[in-house]
Design a protein around this ligand. Structure first.
Ligand code: ADP
Ligand code: ZN
Length: 730
């Protein structure tokens, strides 16, 4: 194409639509928009933000195109970020515009942050001469005497006077107005601030990680029991990347966890990293986004969506608790942030560090086969020892009638509290009871829109659907037979365990922790702090307390129902249960006191229970890896789910069947189903699943593309979602 051909002024723009390709827009004369630039463009009746893509638009007359409205005054996304968008779109079979949209989550940040209005003492000694002096005024002038610019409120605050004092001085011409650049959301971390003294094992691991910085792409697994110092070690990689002038992203699976991480980080680097998660205020999100784009933020600690921040010189991603299911997004664009972090590292040619005490089987196999490096921290740091672990056979030590805690566990709780130490009772179920039924007619309370029971939440007096959020007050009478006061709660949730504990230990201070806690992340962080400070004797919690926290005085962990996750037919059920139980029992014994983990189970001989109790993780992984290999399940084979949902079962089923029939013949790939999804009804939509199983080398994406191309297009209420590497099979 020659330079003066009209089409040289056409730009392809990724806009948030399901289209397969970018849309073309005309670029008005005088506007400059390189690939990566963020622009405002008309789309139908609206205007939307989009990203200028690489490549050229073919032979269209720009006069027939709508023009770009505005190129934002914003650093463009890097070529790496654009390649990442393409890669994620291709891998997940998502429209590239919808992936681009994940980069555009802070619209107000596309314009520069406004300068702050500042005051500086007016030049010349004369300025202050004929101002009537008061003590308050004198203090202000003294402070401002340093000649630096202050904000009005900053100056008033520092001088301990009201802002009107500053205003009064300003009115008399004491100050000149100056512009102050917007404040950084986080101070610059100093890689040399507080270098830790590492144990020999830790040192060796840290050296390995440090060496990888600057050597291009690599993935290293930091594998070590809970409390062995994995965080301590990967922070040294962070230090090396910072020293090399690169930005760093640390992914953490749970925002509640970031609080502890922020503190650790500050102790090590003298400043906190910027945070990125859904609980940030919109204003803070915008500032973080902008300052990441400008390179002013050097380190972000964030949830999975932080992968889509506009870093300009990213040089390291650390993924903490890499096995955690929270890294999987199952909404719009289905992606696994752990895997996409590795992709981002490969595209940007920088190292990725994965840390876990219980790595995913996928990552373990990658390390075994040499694709990933692996450093091992075999023991807990310093005098802290792993807890003694035992299974409680619930068939032999059943709980009292109406209870869920065996006398063995209750006895240990009693001893622990008597020693003024803390006990944690873990049950991965929110609310009071998972099922409510009528003793007279047998009526069960079910969600009207989902195939699931309503969970009683007694604190709130409600019956709640954990799938769609539907809730209704718990009635006095059965809606089916009308009998009063004969509804019974079946099974336990954390609230009910807390009730049992309070009954058994009326003097003990009990805290219940689950995501139902009112007050959001702030409150949660306060509660976690309170526990760490010893303000509770017994904690009853869901997986929220299982992850990563350090509770120095916790010496007993009881797992109320270890069998809970094993029954659901998910190919990863054993792995997940192993990970969760290891993690939660790892909360005990962080500070050298003797500690105990007790696991209530009806199947003490199950391989998972045996592995946990014996502490033999290696044996568990070997078995699990062998089983996956035999069944050709990931990572020895590939899986993709296709979820077809519709307003009626008939529609969903017929569409799923047509898709199945449209599947092209492909060696090494099989389509299973359609079958009703385990959650056959979700938020009023009927759901069918197809499962695509391929050999390891199979090109699942091309197959799926061909299938979707050949099959009928979704019409009416039908929606089709593709889930590559599904983590959940609901
Ligand atoms: P992990 O991430 O493996 O669970 P952490 O890095 O959180 O382990 O370390 C566990 C605890 O031990 C933390 O309280 C941490 O501060 C402490 N610790 C680990 N290594 C060191 C070290 N070299 N010097 C001082 N404290 C350490
Ligand atoms: Zn529901």
């Amino acid at each position: 194409m020659t330079e003066d051909s009209p089409s040289s002024r056409i730009v392809p723009v990724l806009v948030p639509t399901p289209a397969e390709r970018p849309y073309s827009y005309a670029l008005p004369a005088g506007m400059d928009a390189r690939p990566g630039a963020i622009v405002r463009v008309p789309l139908g009746p609206r205007e939307v933000a989009g990203i200028v893509a690489e490549g050229e638009s073919d032979g269209i007359d720009p006069r027939k195109l709508r023009p770009v409205s505005e190129v934002f005054d914003c650093p463009p996304l890097t070529p790496d970020a654009l390649r990442f968008i393409d890669w994620v779109a291709n891998w997940t079979l998502s429209p590239p515009g919808m992936v681009a949209r994940m980069f555009l989550r802070a619209p107000a940040a596309f314009d520069p942050e406004p300068m702050l209005e500042g005051l500086r003492l007016a030049g010349g000694a004369a300025a202050g001469a004929d101002i009537r002096m008061t003590d308050a005024r004198r203090r202000v002038l003294e402070l401002a005497g340093d000649g630096m610019a202050w904000t009005r409120s900053g100056l008033a605050h520092a001088a301990g006077v009201s802002a009107s004092v500053v205003d009064g001085l300003a009115a008399q011409g004491a100050f000149e107005k100056v512009a102050i650049p917007p404040q950084p959301v986080a101070a610059a971390p100093d890689p040399g601030y507080a270098q830790p003294v590492l144990s020999p094992d830790q040192q060796a691991a840290a050296d390995t990680l440090r060496r990888r910085i600057g050597e291009g792409f690599s993935v290293t697994l930091v594998d070590g029991v809970t409390g062995s110092g994995k965080t301590e070690v990967y922070l040294e990689a962070v230090a090396a990347a910072l020293a090399a002038g690169r930005q760093v992203l640390v992914l953490v699976p749970e925002i509640a966890l970031t609080a502890a991480f922020l503190e650790r980080f500050q102790d090590r680097f003298g400043a906190k990293p910027a945070e990125w998660h859904s609980d940030l205020s919109p204003r803070m999100r915008e500032r973080v986004w902008r300052q990441v784009a400008e390179g002013r933020v050097r380190v972000v600690a964030g949830a999975r969506s932080a992968l889509f921040l506009p870093f300009r010189e990213l040089g390291l991603i650390a993924v903490d608790e890499e096995h955690d299911p929270a890294y999987k997004q199952e909404d719009r664009v289905f992606y696994n942030a752990r895997d996409m972090a590795v992709v981002r590292g490969r595209i940007g040619d920088f190292p990725v560090v994965l840390a876990s005490a219980t790595p995913s089987v996928e990552t373990r196999v990658n390390a075994l086969q040499g694709r990933y490096g692996r450093v091992v921290l075999p023991a807990r740091y310093a005098e802290a020892a792993m807890p003694d672990l035992h299974a409680i056979d619930m068939r032999r030590h059943p709980p009292a009638r109406g209870g869920f805690l065996s006398p063995v566990l209750l006895g240990e709780v009693e001893k622990t509290v008597a020693r003024k130490e803390q006990a944690l009772l873990f049950l991965n179920r929110r609310g009071y009871a998972p099922l409510t039924l009528c003793r007279v007619c047998g009526h069960r309370f079910q969600c009207p829109d989902c195939s699931g029971w309503l969970v009683e939440h007694r604190f709130r007096g409600k019956l709640v659907c954990h799938h769609c959020g539907h809730n209704e007050p718990r009635p006095e009478a059965c809606p089916s037979c009308g009998t009063l006061d004969h509804l019974v709660a079946c099974g336990p949730g954390v609230e009910r365990i807390a009730e049992e504990v309070a009954g058994a230990f009326p003097e003990a201070r009990v805290i219940v922790l689950s995501s139902d806690l009112l007050g959001g992340v702030k409150r949660l962080r306060l509660e976690l702090e309170a526990i760490a400070n010893g303000e509770a004797d017994i904690v009853v919690g869901t997986q929220l307390v299982a992850k990563g926290h350090n509770f120095p005085n916790m010496t007993l962990v009881g797992v109320v129902d270890a069998d809970l996750g094993l029954a659901n037919g998910d190919p990863r059920a054993a792995e997940r249960t192993f990970q969760l139980l290891s993690q939660v029992t790892g909360r005990a014994g962080r500070s050298g006191k003797k500690s105990l983990g007790l696991i209530q189970t009806y199947q003490p001989d199950h391989p998972v229970m045996r592995a946990i109790v014996s502490g033999d993780a290696e044996a568990f992984y070997e078995q699990e890896i062998a089983a996956r290999e035999r069944a050709m399940l990931p990572p020895f084979g590939r899986l993709a789910g296709i979820i077809v949902s519709a307003a009626s079962r008939a529609e969903a089923e017929s569409h799923a069947r047509s898709l199945r029939r449209a599947a092209p013949a492909a060696p090494g790939i099989a389509v299973l189903g359609p079958a009703e999804a385990p959650l056959a009804l979700l938020a009023g939509r009927h759901r069918m699943r197809l499962l695509v199983h391929g050999e390891k080398r199979a090109d699942l994406q091309s197959f799926l593309r061909a299938l979707l191309e050949a099959g009928p297009k979704p019409r009416g209420s039908v929606k089709v979602q593709v889930d590559i590497d599904p983590q959940s099979f609901l």
